[in-house]
Design a protein around this ligand. Structure first.
Ligand code: 2U9
Length: 342
């Protein structure tokens, strides 16, 4: 009996020293201690050799030992589960999951291209707030108090008296630059603008513009024509045909609109060019001397030209997009078509 008790003590120490070492060693432990021919079974078999008066005491010791051996087995199984969760079987040599690349919005593509083309002519980008005050959006730009653009029907007002509104053009950015900077000024102002329009295929309550301004000594109408001609050639190709038509804008005098030959139908006639073969793409003109004076720029010394274009319109001609609403519907079938455009 004494010998058996010493043996049990040794087994207890052995069990205490066992640590989790994978499923095979756990199974080996089970077979060794708890198997049909295992240590626990063998110890119980020794009962018959224990004197009767010691049987009760030995039985208790054996039961405690059996519980200890079983508890260890349960804890080894638990640690196996935890290790498997932390490090599941994975094949690191497999190729990774494919992450689909997003696309740039067509308006951003065209905006970036406009910035790039004018950048090569020395124009830098100026930006300003989308919520504007009356002075920068209207008054400083020769848009008098009774001008229709100021009407609540045409403009989103955020606050009246003082008037704060969503800018109706990016001309307000040029106004802010003229206020702060003396000539030479050579900027383009891309950005979102807002007008109170009913949404349809041809009109939206917001769209994007790029306006431009060049003020320096000896800036002429010939500079204006050549700059804009260079722009459309770069944007649409060397074969593009242009025509200038006289027009009117409050900020410029003289003013001209520029048409290019229709890129959609090649001149045969379509809805976009209204069967004329020509599409208007921008407005322009020599900066009105009164405007230069509004910003304390000497109109006897300096002249300038300005222009403005809708990015949606340029985009329509470049990518043949016939409905303005597509730009803001976030339809993935529309957007993913621009996947290969940079
Ligand atoms: C300052 C000086 C001059 C901005 C100009 C246009 C002509 C023009 C519109 C065409 C279609 C924009 O997208 S559109 O609605 N714009 O035709 N804009 S000259 O002239 C300025 C502006 C500010 C201080």
């Amino acid at each position: 009996m004494e010998q058996l008790l010493q043996q049990i003590e040794k087994y207890k120490q052995e069990i205490a020293a066992v640590t989790h070492n994978g499923p095979d060693s756990t199974e080996a432990y089970r077979i060794k201690f708890l198997g049909t021919k295992g240590i626990v079974k063998n110890l119980f078999a020794e009962m018959k050799n224990v004197p009767n008066e010691k049987k009760k005491e030995f039985g208790q010791i054996l039961n405690e030992f059996k519980q200890l051996a079983e508890a260890k087995y349960e804890s080894l199984k638990k640690s196996a589960g935890a290790t498997e969760e932390a490090a599941p079987d994975i094949d690191l040599s497999l190729p990774g999951d494919e992450l689909p690349l997003g696309t740039r919005h067509p308006i951003s593509l065209v905006k970036n291209e406009i910035i790039h083309i004018f950048g090569r002519l020395g124009f830098s980008v100026a930006e300003g707030p989308e919520i504007e005050d009356d002075w920068h959006n209207f008054t400083s730009l020769n848009l008098p108090g009774d001008h229709p653009a100021r009407d609540m029907q045409d403009t989103f007002y955020i606050h009246k008296n003082p008037d704060w509104l969503l800018r109706t053009h990016t001309s307000s950015v040029q106004a802010r630059v003229m206020e702060k900077q003396k000539p030479p000024i050579r900027i383009i102002c891309p950005g979102r603008v807002y007008r109170n329009e009913t949404i349809s295929a041809r009109a939206h309550c917001f769209f994007h513009q790029t306006e431009g301004l060049y003020v320096d000594e000896n800036v002429s109408f010939a500079d204006l024509k050549q700059t804009l001609y260079f722009f459309v050639q770069e944007m649409f190709g060397k074969d593009v045909k242009v025509r200038f038509r006289p027009s009117y804008f409050p900020f410029t005098e003289p003013s001209a609109e520029m048409d290019i030959n229709c890129r959609i139908c090649g001149g045969v006639g379509c809805n976009v060019c209204k069967h004329t073969g020509w599409v208007e793409i921008l407005g322009s003109g020599m900066v009105h001397p009164k405007m230069l004076e509004n910003f304390n720029i000497d109109s006897n010394k300096y002249t300038g030209f300005a222009f403005g274009m809708g990015i949606e319109r340029i985009c329509q001609l470049k990518y043949r997009i016939n409905d303005l609403r597509l730009y803001s519907q976030n339809d993935i079938r529309f957007l993913k078509q621009f996947i290969s455009a940079v």
